[in-house]
Design a protein around this ligand. Sequence first.
Ligand code: SAH
Length: 265
Amino acid sequence: MSMTITGKVYLVGAGPGDPELLTVRAHNLLRRADLVLHDDLNPPAILALAGPQAAVENVGKRCGKKGVAQEQINARMIEAARRGQEVVRLKSGDPGIFGRLAEEIDALEAAAIPYEVVPGITAGIAAAAAMSASLTDRRKTSRVILVSGHRATKGEPHEKTNWKALAAEDATLVIYMPGNNFAGLRDELLAAGLDTGTPAVLVSRAATPQQQHGSTTLGALDQLPTLESPAILLIGRSLAGVHQRLSAEILALALDETGARVSPL
Ligand code: SAH
């Protein structure tokens, strides 16, 4: 009688980049994994937590080159699990937020591979914390909308983000992959009915030593500096206090401490 030993795939969120913002579960799984398949956004300090037995492979896209195709990543996970390995599929932030988790789950289900999803701190939550911002404020905002600034499928007009359906006075928009066409985004959000004075805060490389930020209001969104990728844009009235604080700092310093020049308003 032959026995099939099946391993397991852990779809793990690594948080925004600071190893201290990993969950204990993510840390434990990294320590004992046989294989770690990670994206580009996972920094060396986190990958270094993998045990000495682990093979660590980057399956993200490097230097703008075409990345490893999703099908190849799926095939690699499945093949390793079938050999009995414990696989950590490490994703930045939370695996279920713009992390292609659904596609990987579908592939694992189809192959009947056991798996588990381990949540992580998503970039938007980390960025808000880094700015000492609350994404909700019972006096102003009662909704948080996590949205991608990019179309899911290029060239499909119906895939364009429907800002009209999202923009509201009582919502905080957390915009992943905000791109760099801030003038276009400003026009869309103003057309959707948001006020020109709505605060906007851009946070680059949140929770890493390279963190930078810029702050402005929606009317002047095009004047935000384009900061290093990855960056995330927070827009909404609950950012008013942060914007005021940052503007005051900038007026005092002309340059903020990270060197990002932001026009005082
Ligand atoms: N699953 C991830 C998101 C992946 S999509 C999460 O939950 O955070 C990649 C986008 O996430 C980037 O374009 C950027 O908008 C955002 N992002 C990821 N890490 C970030 C960081 N440390 N600082 C700011 N934005 C980040």
